[in-house]
Design a protein around this ligand. Structure first.
Ligand SMILES: Cc1ncc(COP(=O)(O)O)c(C=O)c1O
Ligand SMILES: N[C@@H](CCCC[NH3+])C(=O)O
Length: 428
């Protein structure tokens, strides 16, 4: 039995050898367990509730198949995500389309394929949906995304529900928009949506927004006789960092939110809407590990020791973009004393391409070692780029000792295949 780091019965060092590095490895079992927890703790306990996996966190054909099999819906935010979901034969009626600036072509695609809901982000979008639906001879169910003016305690770049956010319809405009929407024949206003931001770790943030939205629902019922059937409270449920903070169960967020929705509806004399959630990171974040091979090691007296790996900001932009912190282990040197502190550097031509600062590692770390970075399952692969013409890594799922390649590693040729030279003699 080797001492190497293991995930779901698979030796990660062997996987690195088999598929090369950088490599994204996902525990299929953990993704499924998260989906089941949502079913048991939320869907089964609240009649009419829905859960849409926010596919922007991590989307592949295989991921769609898991979400489909587990009975959840899918939140997509672009024509590309919708196209991929449909390619995976994901049932369109279980898809919700988001986007703060949806293209007409994307709205056409959504209406044509019969997505379950379109979440409207600005007033003009309603006319486009109405017009497109009329041409197709359909009535499209929509939700209005409201900006509830609640500031989530998270990184500035991933707050979305505060006043001044680029997302959603300003609160004070909602009564006008509702009045207009209910007069249209080819859209059906089902209710409202809010999304407060990402990596939120306090359930009380959701309660603040529930208070705002239920008051709005009450005002609309009194003022316009409009009754809200559906309320989507978005995603954003945070995960732990694997050290001090642990990931909270989904019920930590959803139980108080449901209680508050029920209490407020009772107070206002409103019928209880069916409630939806849109978790992304909470489902896949902890299921993913990125494997790298250690290369250059530089000890800089009076400064730090850089351990460079064969990936970096191109496969995980989050440390550079949000100052996100990660934990890592040398996968082939488990159980040894960690008597050296290093800075893990990426290989992109940017001084800011630092994956981890102050990481304790075994003193004999050396080129060729395999570094495993944890909790990279959300917003790493999906935000990956080809900066410096680095091919995107492969994605492997592991389950009960078996590994399966779900996305092939890009090749150098993939990087030039869409390009054309300006002279016909150019050999590409
Ligand atoms: C509308 C919407 N729903 C759901 C999510 C999922 O967020 P998270 O991955 O933090 O759960 C996002 C991303 O922030 C979003 O914009
Ligand atoms: N990309 C962000 C999350 C944004 C979610 C979409 N609004 C992250 O990596 O944390």
């Amino acid at each position: 039995m080797s001492n190497n780091l293991n995930l779901d019965g698979c030796d990660l060092v062997k996987l690195a050898l088999k598929y090369g590095t950088p490599l994204y490895v996902f525990s299929q079992g953990m993704i499924e367990r998260r989906c089941r927890e949502i079913k048991e703790q939320f869907l089964n306990r609240h009649e009419g509730s829905h859960a849409y996996y926010a596919s922007k966190a991590f989307l592949t054909l295989a991921m769609c198949q898991i979400i489909e099999k587990e009975g959840l819906g899918l939140d997509v935010v672009s024509g590309g995500e919708l196209h991929l979901a449909l390619k995976a034969s994901f049932p369109a009626e279980r898809i919700v389309l988001h986007g703060n600036n949806k293209l007409r072509q994307e709205i056409e695609m959504a209406v044509e394929s019969g997505v379950g809901r379109i979440v409207v982000d600005w007033e003009g979008e309603i006319d486009i949906i109405d017009e497109v639906s009329k041409i197709k001879g359909q009535k499209t169910p929509i939700l209005l995304r409201v900006t509830p003016e609640v500031k989530a305690m998270t990184h500035k770049y991933i707050q979305t529900g505060h006043r001044g956010s680029k997302f959603g319809i300003p609160l004070e405009r909602i009564p006008y928009v509702v009045k207009k929407t209910i007069s249209l024949s080819n859209v059906e206003l089902k209710g409202f949506h809010f999304h407060l931001g990402s990596q939120i770790d306090d359930y009380r943030t959701y309660l603040e927004a529930v208070d705002v939205i239920t008051k709005l629902m009450s005002d609309l019922r009194e003022g316009l006789g409009y009754t809200t059937e559906e309320l989507d409270i978005g995603g954003g449920f945070g995960i732990g960092n694997g050290e001090g903070s642990l990931t909270k169960p989904i019920s930590y967020f959803t139980d108080p939110a449901m209680e508050r929705i029920k209490a407020r509806c009772l107070t206002f004399g409103l019928p209880l809407p069916s409630v939806a959630i849109e978790p992304g990171r909470w489902i896949t974040g902890e299921a993913g590990i990125t494997l790298y091979t250690v290369g250059a090691i530089k000890e800089i007296p009076g400064s730090c020791t850089y351990v460079s790996v064969d990936g970096g900001m191109a496969d995980n932009i989050r440390p550079a973009l949000y100052g996100a912190r990660y934990r890592a282990e040398v996968a082939n040197k488990m159980g040894r004393d960690k008597d050296k502190i290093v800075t893990v550097a990426g290989r992109c031509c940017e001084s800011g391409d630092i994956l981890i600062e102050d990481l304790p590692v075994p003193g004999d770390i050396e080129p060729g070692d395999i570094l495993a970075v944890f909790n990279t399952g959300a917003y790493s692969y999906s935000m990956a780029s080809n900066y410096n013409m680095l091919p995107k890594p492969a994605v492997v799922f592991v389950d009960k000792g078996e590994d399966i390649l779900v996305v092939e590693r890009e090749t150098y040729d993939d990087l030039v295949v869409k390009q054309r030279g300006i002279r016909s003699a150019l050999r590409v």
